[in-house]
Design a protein around this ligand. Sequence first.
Ligand code: GDP
Length: 388
Amino acid sequence: MSTDNNIYQPNWQPKDAGSEFACFVTRGVKDTGAPTAAAAQPARRNLSIDDYAEGILSGDRMILSRAITLIESNAPKHFEQAQGLIQKLLPYTGKSMRIGITGVPGAGKSTFIEALGTWLCEHGHRVAVLAVDPSSTVTKGSVLGDKTRMEKLSRDKRAFIRPSPSGGTLGGVTRKSRETLLLVEAAGYDVVLVETVGVGQSETTVRNMVDYFLMVALTGAGDDLQGIKKGIMEIADSILVNKADGDNKLKALSARADFDMMLHYLRPATEGWTSRAYTCSSLTGEGIPEMWDVVEEFFKTVRGNGVFEKRRKEQVLKWVNDMAQEHLENLVNANQAIAAAKLRIEAEVTAGKLPPTQAAKEIIDVMEHELFQAGKQAKAAQSGKSFT
Ligand code: GDP
């Protein structure tokens, strides 16, 4: 935080807040007639790729925050700078334990992350919390990874919390979150918790960017289990029944047994690892160290049998291919000549005047012509933009 007299912390910030609150208020300027207004506004120095890289590697949280903002920017100029930065930092990435956490709203994800994150910091780890929340593109406000929900952890200098990027498609949010993950790894955070909520494809998306995927489940017998999508259980490496405290404890233990039984009949989410259910209380902390033992056991297993490395390779290649495909789809969808040709050809097919295979060939011919011949220029102008 700057010591400039004209700059102060807004009153909603915790007193000892660090650079994770990348926000300050500049005092109003008294009108003395002198041209002081411009002088009162401190110029924000433009950073070069080297400045960003050095700052991140030396653990400067303010620079890390600014670099993430660069990644989240939709401006083509920032896109190029961000890519240059990531390329420079690549040798320092990949070393964290990437952990995905999902669960319905109210399951206790943020309380759990706060409890686990604090415990990990106390045990020598540096923890980054990221969020993937495609719904933030609709509401314009993120409900996940919100610092105000993790007050204690957000004040811990060993932790770094970043809410979900907003705006754009799930593809856009995913790219930004994945690249942010690389940056926090380069900054030395050795545990990265990626929080998500079961909206659309976001759980599968997070599964594809982490090593270990945990589902935080609500307490309760029978009926609650009905509400759990089978698909989520199939991709979870563990299920954690939270709120196992007070009157809820017995119910939680019984839910755990039910989950265990269901998991028993499912194909394991990770080769060589048996997905099981556990209980904890994020409020009292009971069961948190034991849950971490499970996570460490998981990493030991997958590092030992080669699944860790294999999955990381598959994930990065899938990411590249997904982005290439999305970019191509964007180019096709944005091309008016293709759209017009498609309309015409589709009308001929439905009227029975054109055989389907011939129709498909004609559409592809138009696409090829547009994208690879006349469309070259448009493609160049678009580059960068459609990766948002
Ligand atoms: P999220 O929406 O999944 O992030 O859920 P929150 O972490 O915001 O928790 C929802 C509510 O459950 C809050 O009122 C928490 O205080 C409460 N809660 C979370 N964990 C526990 C727990 O372990 N025990 C109890 N009794 N309440 C909890």
